[in-house]
Design a protein around this ligand. Structure first.
Ligand code: HEC
Length: 128
C-alpha cells in the first residue's frame, strides 16, 4: 500500500514536471518566434543604416544654430541661407579669411567634402 502511494506520488510529480517542461518549451518557442519577427522587422532599418552622413554632420551645428538651423537666440540662423553661402563662409572660416569667435575652430574640424555635404543639407532645408 505504501509502495502504491509512493508510486502515485512520483507519477504525479513526474507529470507536473513534464507539464512545466512543455510549458517552458512553449514559452521558448514564443520567444524564438518573436525574436525572428523582431529581426525581420528591424532588417530594413539596418539596411538603410539610420541618418545619412550629411544629416549626421549637420546635427552638431544644431547645438548653436538651432534645430534645422533655425536659431532661437543670439547665434545667426543657417536656415534660409543658400548652400553656396554656407559652403563659402565655412571655407573662409576654415582658411581664417573670415574671423569669428568659434567658427574658425569648428570649420577646421571638417574636410572640404564634409563642408559640401553640410552646406547642401542646409541649402535643401531652406528650399523645402
Ligand atoms: C559652439 C557654437 C557653434 C557651433 C557648434 C556651430 N556654430 Fe556656426 N556660428 C557660431 C557663432 C557664434 C557664429 C558667429 C561667428 C563667430 O563668432 O564665430 C557662427 C556663424 C556661422 C556662420 C556664418 C553665418 C552668417 O550669417 O554669415 C555659418 C555659415 C555657420 N556658423 C555654420 C555652421 C555650421 C555649418 C556648423 C556645424 C558644422 C556650425 N556653424 C556650428 C556658433 C556655432
Amino acid at each position: 500500500m505504501l509502495i502504491l502511494h509512493f508510486y502515485l506520488y512520483t507519477l504525479v510529480v513526474f507529470l507536473v514536471e513534464v507539464r512545466s517542461i512543455l510549458k517552458y518549451e512553449e514559452k521558448m518557442k514564443k520567444l524564438f518566434y518573436s525574436m525572428i519577427f523582431i529581426s525581420i522587422w528591424l532588417l530594413p532599418n539596418l539596411a538603410i543604416g539610420g541618418p545619412d552622413r550629411a544629416t549626421l554632420l549637420s546635427m552638431s551645428c544644431a547645438a548653436c544654430h538651432g534645430t534645422d538651423g533655425k536659431s532661437p537666440g543670439a547665434m545667426p540662423s543657417l536656415y534660409g541661407k543658400s548652400s553656396k553661402y554656407i559652403e563659402d563662409t565655412m571655407l573662409r572660416f576654415r582658411k581664417g579669411e573670415r574671423k569669428g569667435t568659434v567658427m574658425n575652430r569648428i570649420a577646421k574640424g571638417y574636410s572640404e567634402a564634409d563642408i559640401k555635404l553640410i552646406a547642401s543639407y542646409f541649402g535643401k532645408l531652406a528650399n523645402k
